[in-house]
Design a protein around this ligand. Sequence first.
Ligand SMILES: NC(=O)c1ccc[n+]([C@@H]2O[C@H](COP(=O)([O-])OP(=O)(O)OC[C@H]3O[C@@H](n4cnc5c(N)ncnc54)[C@H](OP(=O)(O)O)[C@@H]3O)[C@@H](O)[C@H]2O)c1
Length: 221
Amino acid sequence: MIRNVLLTGASRGIGEAIKKCLITSGGYNIISPKRRELDLCNDLSIKKYIDNLKTNIDILINNAGINNIEYIENVDTMTIQEMITVNLISPIKLIKSLIPDMKKNKFGRIINISSIWGIRSKEKRGLYSAAKFGINGITKALARELGTYNILVNSVCPGYVNTDLTKKNIPQAEQEKILKDIPLGRFAEPVEIAKLVEFLISENNTYITGQSLIIDGGFLS
Ligand SMILES: NC(=O)c1ccc[n+]([C@@H]2O[C@H](COP(=O)([O-])OP(=O)(O)OC[C@H]3O[C@@H](n4cnc5c(N)ncnc54)[C@H](OP(=O)(O)O)[C@@H]3O)[C@@H](O)[C@H]2O)c1
């Protein structure tokens, strides 16, 4: 059976790796809108996209995200709005609109890409952590709410991953310091995160739900 997947943020980084991984494994029809088709910062864009979506979605992967690293007294209202909207509110809106069909079909898989900063935090990560702790929270609540409909809801919490986001946010010297704190001695490759997502949405996962799975090379241990 071919499963329909809605995947956000597939233009690069982890999302692109998830898309490639699912194409390789086969059995999925992947719908991965570009930002001009679905702008997660824009309420109207989300509403229009959902209203015009013709396909029944079996699997939702909320992957798109942004990370503005700043001390809280330096962030402006627009940044607060953007960080919480893209990373938390929009994923919730997508979940809410897709759940009725999943319930009807008695099948659904929801993956929220969170972060280690949704488990613990660090200076300048206030808004990012507010959103990522939030997404881990709703993951747990929905696993309880939707379990009887065979809808499994999990979040994946990567540590440091080799993507544009990491390169943009962490200067080279700091990256070298961080590496010393990672037992496996390296950042993750996006495909390593993708493989975990692939397992969680596959027919092989019949019993994991409500979890925030940390994939960080041992960094938080
Ligand atoms: N990289 C890491 O080390 C790391 C660690 C932990 C968690 N994560 C999480 O993993 C996820 C993916 O991160 P990444 O590193 O792959 O990021 P990335 O390389 O910066 O890619 C971000 C993706 O999100 C999309 N996006 C951003 N704002 C959007 C908006 N308003 N509307 C629609 N799409 C939007 C981007 O689309 P455009 O191409 O249009 O900009 C892009 O496809 C995020 O949720 C992030 O918080 C990343």
